[in-house]
Design a protein around this ligand. Structure first.
Ligand code: MTE
Ligand code: MO
Length: 529
């Protein structure tokens, strides 16, 4: 009987710290073994990330906003860390219960946590029983460690008439813990290494990109940096290298989609449903365009924007082949991890270079930017156009579907707003003499006709010099060389605005990023010496 065990154990007075140690160990071993199982079976899933993902889906918006503010785009790492901390704290509590004799409760709680993990894995897109394996095996191993290293009730001692207590003494406990701990660390490490087998880096390196017909190349120019750059130090490079390109998505682990398993289906309000493979895309005429991509959550002066050279096939051509029907107002695209996005059909079909992109800056898409295929539409914010790991396109009416961010408070339509950013000098810098003030400006698809600078909110707007552009679909570098001779020493405020290709100036009135993108002028403080 457990209560007997409980009483006996109370008398023995095992240290609570042994319980904490046992609990952390059992938790770590369970998680490590789960990693090993993930490494053994393609398509299985560790429970940690889905539990973190549940956190994301159930965290209230204010908490999410706070986390993004505090941790920027590393908020995912924070959520995984949060999930791990919760799991380990619970593990420690369970360990204390176990060494104090409440073993039944300890086993029950462990099982319950395992079930919660399994549940989190199972409600992710495309659940299979195989996916649950790491969680189930990990839970069982965790239970076994708990059982082995905690006191158990043995047979009744004939002399005293009381049950004996089995289980490790102090030395055995330490030895067992060290032994199990090392084996688990190895299992976890090996599992991690083996998981690399499922990553797409090696197949990606073997892809030979098809040629682009010369008239379709370079986004209207050779695509080289020098052609468009002003050469001013401190301004973001005209073409942002893949490794520096901002990344935004809801995926806690980067989806690894093998190109040969990839398919894109086109359905909904179309005459002919289509299904395209990666090879089908490679066989189609290729286009190459520089397009500036930006995020609706980019604050004024922020860095969630970048320009790259994209290669791919025309999305409008494919939709024409499918044959758009009456009412096909919205292009709903879906990624392999079930993120969704709704774009206006008329924008994709209006002649702009909307594409199914397979390459970024001359190489196959990096996994984190959507390998093997993503959508890019010049002039729309990423959340309403730029689906990465896209596997499904469905034509619907606007009222028939709200994509991922819409019920979360973001606008259904997301045209990119006109914006100018100061990259150099940094706010708070000390300068004298001639000061190059410069940065980038964009009004994607409308183009930028001029960029202007104003000092101390007074006087005229001063015309900046612009760099080159291959088309209206990219940002432009700008510089204003401010001669500070004769300027009163001390702090001055510099602000900038862009005017789009239709002559419409950037809006001055500041506005938050939600629901449809930030507004207002970027300003810096500059100390003139
Ligand atoms: N599958 C998927 N695609 C996605 C997203 C996402 O969460 N999941 N986020 C979108 C958003 S909000 C932006 S701004 C762009 C960012 O693309 P990047 O990470 O390549 O810069 O991707 C878009 N495509
Ligand atoms: Mo975004």
């Amino acid at each position: 009987m457990n209560s007997g065990l409980y009483a006996e154990v109370q008398e023995r007075d095992v240290s609570r710290w042994r319980g904490v140690g046992l609990g952390l160990l059992a938790t770590a071993v369970g998680l490590a073994v789960a990693e090993l199982v993930v490494g053994l079976f393609r398509g299985s899933s560790s429970p940690v990330v889905p539990v973190g993902q549940e956190f994301i889906d159930y965290t209230p918006k204010w908490l999410k906003d706070w986390a993004i503010e505090q941790f920027g785009t590393s908020d995912k790492a924070v959520l995984v860390a949060g999930a791990l901390i919760v799991i380990f704290v619970l593990g420690a509590v369970i360990g204390i219960l176990a060494v104090k004799g409440s073993t039944g409760l300890a086993y029950g709680l462990t099982g319950a946590i395992g079930l919660i993990g399994a549940w989190a894995v199972f409600i992710r897109p495309s659940p299979t029983l195989g996916k649950l394996m790491p969680t189930l095996v990990g839970t069982v191993v965790s239970l076994a460690v708990l059982w082995w290293l905690s006191p158990r009730q043995g047979p009744v001692d004939e002399e005293t008439g009381r049950p004996t207590i089995m289980g490790p003494d102090r030395r055995q406990f330490v030895q067992g813990a060290v032994g199990i701990g090392s084996v688990a660390a190895m299992a976890g490490g090996v599992g991690r290494l083996m998981q690399r087998r499922f990553e797409i880096d090696s197949e990606r390196a073997d892809i030979v990109l098809p040629d682009v017909e010369s008239e379709d190349a370079g986004g209207g120019g050779s695509g080289s940096e020098d052609e468009y750059s002003l050469g001013v130090e401190g301004i973001e490079s005209f073409i942002v290298p893949n490794d520096n390109f901002y990344r935004i998505d809801t995926a806690l682990v980067v989806p690894q989609v093998a190109k040969d398993t990839w398919k894109l289906s086109i359905s909904g309000l179309v005459d002919n449903e289509l299904e395209l493979t990666f090879d089908d895309l490679l066989a189609r005429p290729q286009m190459e365009r520089q397009i500036t991509l930006s995020c609706v959550s980019n604050p004024v002066g922020g860095e969630l924007v970048g320009n790259a050279l994209w290669q791919g096939v025309s999305l409008a051509d494919i939709l024409n082949e499918a044959g758009l029907q009456e009412g096909a107002e919205q292009v709903v695209s879906r990624s392999v991890d079930d993120w969704t996005c709704g774009s206006p059909t008329d924008v994709i079909m209006d002649g702009r270079d909307a594409m199914l992109a397979i390459a970024m800056n001359g190489e196959p898409l990096p996994a984190q930017h959507g390998y093997p295929v993503r959508i890019v539409v010049p002039g729309l914010f990423g959340y309403v156009s730029a689906t990465k790991w896209v596997t499904d396109i469905r034509l619907t009416r606007w009222e028939d579907f709200d994509a991922y961010w819409v019920p979360r408070g973001w606008s259904k339509l997301g045209p990119v707003k006109t914006m100018a950013r100061i990259d150099t000098p940094r706010s708070g810098a000390n300068r004298s003499g001639e000061v190059p003030i410069g940065g980038v400006a964009w009004a994607v698809h409308r183009g930028v006709s001029s960029v202007q600078v104003r000092i101390d909110g007074a006087g005229d707007w001063l015309e900046a010099e612009l760099g080159g552009v291959p088309s209206n679909d990219t940002w432009v570098q700008w510089v204003y060389r401010w001669d500070t001779a004769g300027v009163e020493p001390g702090r001055h405020i510099v602000e900038v605005r862009a005017i789009d290709g239709e002559g419409v100036p950037q809006v001055e009135e500041p506005k938050a990023v939600a629901p449809d993108g930030a507004q207002g002028y970027h300003r810096i403080a500059l100390d003139v010496e």
